[in-house]
Write a protein that binds this ligand. Structure first.
Ligand code: SAM
Length: 225
């Protein structure tokens, strides 16, 4: 898979993309991530990518021309399955969305700043809009990093068996059961006896029951019954 990210702050991705699972996935060649500084596609010597909003009002708006030039340059090199704009009013990111995107080959993620992008970008250049929640961030970079992480960990070969994404919350419409490790008793707080019983059938039943009751309590919208 290849993910191209368009941003005016490429350095913001250095931390999240150079540690742990994403670092390993990149190192193994399971994903290629390319960062593109939108300012490189500006048309003037000041590398300007934003301008005042028509009709006035507070805040600058990202101009269509540099964004179009960047996306067009990328599209000349390969075809893209989706061109995604991170936006607070986009479709809410869920595990199902990440699952779907993880099956694709080439993605572009566009990070907005200021008041957002000129609406014509959304109308003519973008194929999908994704929000990471009903709150407003200062820019799309953190949202793009969240989306990228949630996709990459689903790619075959990225996670080992012991951390398999299939047993994580939301994959089967349920929240994952609680987990414990040593010591068996800490400050008098005990691990549930059943987990130490060695009875695999009973343990599986217990875990399933825990998943159902947690889902009912914490995410009743998932309708666990
Ligand atoms: N004026 C916009 C509005 O009210 O919807 C908010 C713009 S926000 C300050 C700047 C950029 O941050 C957006 O263009 C978008 O790319 C990104 N952003 C902010 N919140 C986001 C969220 N919840 N999910 C995804 N991207 C977000």
């Amino acid at each position: 898979m290849r993910i191209d990210i368009i941003t005016i702050f490429p350095e913001m991705f250095e931390g999240p993309f150079s540690e742990s699972i994403i670092k390993r996935a990149r190192g193994k060649g399971l994903v290629e991530i390319q960062l593109h500084n939108l300012r490189d596609y500006a048309t003037d010597t000041h590398k300007k990518v934003d301008d005042y909003a028509f009709s006035g009002g507070a805040g600058m708006v990202m101009m269509i021309e540099p964004i179009d030039r960047c996306i067009s340059t990328l599209k000349q090199q390969r075809s893209y399955d989706e061109i995604i704009y991170l936006s607070p009013d986009g479709n809410i990111l869920t595990q199902a969305v990440s699952n779907e995107l993880s099956l694709l080959q080439n993605l572009i993620l566009l990070c907005g700043r200021y008041k957002g992008v000129d609406e014509r970008v959304r109308e003519h250049l973008i194929t999908k809009e994704i929000s990471i929640g009903d709150y407003v961030l200062s820019g799309g970079e953190l949202a793009a990093a969240v989306l990228t992480d949630s996709i990459i960990r689903l790619l075959p070969g990225v996670l080992g068996d012991e951390t398999s994404a299939l047993s994580d919350s939301f994959q089967d419409g349920l929240i994952a059961p609680p987990v414990y490790t040593r010591p068996r008793i800490y400050k008098g707080w005990e691990v549930p006896e059943i987990l130490l019983s060695g009875d695999e059938k009973k343990i599986a039943e217990w875990k399933h029951h825990q998943s159902i009751s947690r889902t009912k309590a914490r995410r009743p919208n998932l309708d666990p019954d």
